[in-house]
Design a protein. Structure first.
Length: 207
């Protein structure tokens, strides 16, 4: 079960970044790079002249380094989403450290840029993973709004959910993966069409 917004949790865990640093809107995409979904996202963002933040899985970067380089080359910020997307709670520290550091090394080797941010798979973060990320200069970023795109095939439902909840500074969670590959382009288009024109001020997390 997912909840459309994390706002009830944000005051309980202030050490985690849930919102952007200013009044922009922050589109984020998890699980890439994907051979079909990620290019569709990049094309949609390019058409609207929007930059976003992509949380990449290390194993996917290893398979598709060219798409990872395209993300960086088009001005988007890249974050660490673990090496192969395991649940990172109730795991030993050696496992967690390997997941975080191996993914960062793989990403940075592929794109030639530092990887500052970390987002745990499923948003599930235990104290050990948080501490290991922090000790290795990885700021943990979750989200303010979950688009629900992996659970709904209806672009209008996804778009309305996001547009209704969006507020200045919101970090929005989308996915560029196997589940969303057929709908992500339309999801983004519908969402952008529903936003009031004065809300279309998008930003990326500071690189």
């Amino acid at each position: 079960m997912t909840f459309p917004t994390t706002r009830p949790l944000q005051k309980l865990f202030p050490q985690i970044r849930w919102n952007g640093p200013d009044h922009g809107l922050y589109l984020t995409f998890d699980d890439g790079p994907h051979s079909e979904a990620t290019p569709r996202v990049l094309d949609a963002l390019s058409a609207h002249r929007i930059r976003a933040t992509f949380f990449l899985i290390g194993a996917n970067v290893k398979r598709l380094p060219g798409i990872a380089r395209r993300i960086a080359g088009e001005g988007h910020v890249i974050g660490n989403h673990s090496f192969d997307h395991p649940l990172m709670i109730f795991r030993d520290e050696a496992f967690l450290r390997d997941q975080i550091l191996r993914a960062r090394e793989t990403i940075e080797d592929a794109v030639g840029l530092p990887c500052r941010y970390f987002r745990p798979p499923y948003g599930a973060l235990g104290p050990a993973a948080y501490r290991i990320a922090r000790e290795n200069n990885q700021e943990t970023v979750l989200w303010d709004i979950d688009s629900g795109d992996v659970h709904s095939a209806d672009p209008q439902t996804v778009a309305r959910r996001c547009a209704r909840l969006t507020r200045p500074g919101s970090i929005l969670l989308f996915h560029d993966n196997e589940q969303t590959k057929s709908g992500i382009g339309e999801n983004l288009k519908r969402f952008l069409d529903l936003l009031p024109s004065d809300a279309r001020s998008f930003a990326v997390l500071p690189p």
